[in-house]
Write a protein that binds this ligand. Structure first.
Ligand code: VG1
Ligand code: CO
Length: 566
């Protein structure tokens, strides 16, 4: 501990008008944080100021990040500002690294008032990539809109921030560090913790580790391949899957977190995790998975690269929910999915008489339902799957959930999926992403589309594509009323629902950092046993044609096709 107490300074600053948190935190190009004076300080002060001083004083907060470029520098500033803002204790991952689900777990374990996660998730990193800041509240989940709106409002009028510029934290040494501050009775404490331990401990209480160990390293073990894509989840995979559950070291690849994710998009989908898909095609592995930069997303593959659509993944977990000991103990209170996610989960909910909630995109909407004891398992089409053990989606949890099902059913991923479709019917799903579209063009397109959809005569309109004939049954802009607190979230995506139940949905992404990303989601339901095994792109082609025609997407954006197809 230093001899003389550290100075607490209040320094002047000028606001920025663009610090509005999106679907999950504030995301900007790294150069914005580097070149705009106090850009980081302003936003971090806005977070601290959004918390009532009485709640902040002497409290515990958690800090972690996915290890991307600028992570460490940002944490040093966050620590200096936490001390100056009256926070009593910070719990920080070793080297400042901790996955998003682990931060959620640690916030709950330490009864912290919240946490800050430095990540832009699946967006590329490095000096030319993105940086991001997420704020999670005491339940361990992403802050609700009321909180992020408050943060945004503060950031627009901020005039000063508080900081202890002399405070030097050592992120490399586990254990406690204490700092005496001027005007403060109690020292400010920083605890550097093992990033994996608390999280691993939690998983041990959720899953049957003995059964998983048998599956991965017993006599009749299966072969798996896990791709951490140089994101934060590498050390978790190594410690839990390899060291503890006995999967061979070479079954986990790209496990060293890199500041630029090796120059790739740390995004687990068929486009950006193409290497894994390619390797799986050789047939040497029975199960494959990839994760995103901050470890909350997952992609599940079977032998020969058999792809499990995320909308199906959560439905399969629901249909086999009692393969997971956690649910045997807690029971199942409810299921939920985001609106654009296919209704595969609804089919399981109906068959098992369990409540199903349809929320807007973004994990924060699930947290309220979980806190109220109404939701146990949920998922998003965007490769997010999770449960009420924490308040974030959880990539590694999803992998262990699937492995638990494989262990219990002793069937391949493909057979489990095909059985599921035969029993429940199949919800064909595809998503087209158009990345980095001109912002004004995208906003104008959405406005025009909405006007057209609301015009008299749109409902009832018919579309003929080849032999298929579709008719519009309903068209709206999705709106959600939170069943717990009655809060209304508007403008959550334009929906065209056709008479056969098929849907075409348009949304602008809230996680990009450049221009706009237009997402088009398309799904349809099929029970005909002769059709359920067909290629989704073939099955959905007529609906894609309609989606593009109605929106004039290609003409308006000048694109000839999407950047990513899921
Ligand atoms: C996307 C996904 C959404 C997900 C969000 C955060 O948001 O669609 O389902 O919750 O990313 O995921 P948007 O607004 O771009 O569609 V993560 O792993 O990037 O924090
Ligand atoms: Co993520």
């Amino acid at each position: 501990m230093d001899e003389s107490p550290l100075q607490v300074l209040t320094l002047p600053t000028a606001p920025y008008l663009d610090q509005r948190p999106g679907t999950s935190g504030l995301r900007k190009k790294v150069f914005v944080f580097l070149s705009k004076r106090n850009y980081l300080q302003n936003f971090v002060q806005s977070i601290y100021s959004s918390i009532d001083l009485r709640d902040r004083q002497g409290s515990t907060m958690v800090v972690g990040g996915d290890g991307r470029y600028f992570n460490q520098t940002a944490i040093e500033v966050i620590v200096q500002m936490a001390a100056a803002n009256g926070v009593g204790r910070l719990v920080i991952g070793h080297h400042g690294i901790m996955s998003t689900p682990a931060v959620s777990c640690v916030i709950r374990k330490y009864k912290a008032i919240g946490g800050i996660v430095l990540t832009a998730s699946h967006n590329p990193g490095g000096p030319n990539g993105d940086f991001g800041i997420k704020f999670n509240t005491a339940n361990g989940g992403p802050a609700q809109e009321a909180v992020t709106n408050k943060i945004f409002q503060i950031s627009r009028t901020i005039e000063e921030y508080a900081i202890c510029p002399e405070l030097r934290v050592n992120l490399a040494t586990p254990g406690k560090q204490m700092f005496d501050l001027e005007n403060k009775f109690k020292p400010f404490t920083v605890e550097i913790v093992d990033s994996v331990e608390s999280y691993a401990n939690m998983l041990r209480n959720i899953f049957d580790f003995a059964a998983l160990k048998e599956l991965l390293s017993g006599e009749n073990h299966i072969n798996i391949r896990l791709d951490a894509m140089h994101g934060v989840v590498g050390p978790y995979v190594k410690r839990i899957l390899c060291e503890e559950l006995g999967s061979p070291a070479n079954s986990a690849i790209n496990c060293v977190p890199l500041q630029d994710f090796g120059g790739q998009h740390p995004d687990p989908n068929l486009t950006y995790a193409a290497d894994l898909v390619e390797t799986m095609k050789s047939g040497q592995h029975d199960f494959g998975a990839a994760f995103d930069g901050d470890g909350d997303r997952n992609m599940i593959l079977g032998k020969h690269g058999f792809f499990v659509n995320p909308s199906d993944s959560v439905a399969v977990i629901a249909a086999n929910v009692f393969s997971i000991p956690y649910f045997q103990h807690t029971g199942v209170r409810g299921y939920a999915r985001s609106m654009p996610t296919s209704a595969a989960l609804d089919n399981v909910a109906r068959a098992t008489k369990i409540e199903l909630y349809e929320t807007p995109t973004g994990w924060k909407f699930f947290g309220n339902l979980m806190d109220a004891g109404r939701l146990s398992l949920c998922g998003e089409e965007s490769f997010g799957t999770g449960a009420d053990h924490i308040r974030e989606k959880d990539g590694l949890w999803a992998v262990l959930a699937w492995l638990s099902i494989l262990a219990a059913r002793k069937q391949s991923v493909e057979d489990i999926m095909k059985d599921h479709w035969q029993k429940f019917g199949r919800n064909f799903f595809t998503r087209y992403d158009y990345e980095e579209v001109d912002l004004d063009t995208a906003v104008q397109m959405m406005e025009d589309l909405e006007l057209m959809m609301l015009e008299k005569g749109f409902v009832g309109q018919r579309f003929a594509v080849g032999e298929k004939l579709y008719q519009v049954e309903r068209a709206d802009n999705f709106e959600y009323t939170d069943p717990v607190d009655g809060r209304i979230s508007r403008n959550q995506g334009l929906r065209i629902i056709l008479t056969d139940g098929s849907r075409v949905i348009y949304r602008l992404s809230g996680t990009g950092s450049t221009g706009a990303t237009v997402r088009v989601y398309i799904d349809s339901y099929e029970t005909d046993p002769n059709k359920i095994f067909q290629d989704p792109q073939v099955m959905l082609a007529p609906l894609v044609t309609i989606a593009l025609k109605v929106s004039q997407l290609h003409e308006r954006t000048g694109r000839s096709g999407p950047s990513v197809i899921t």
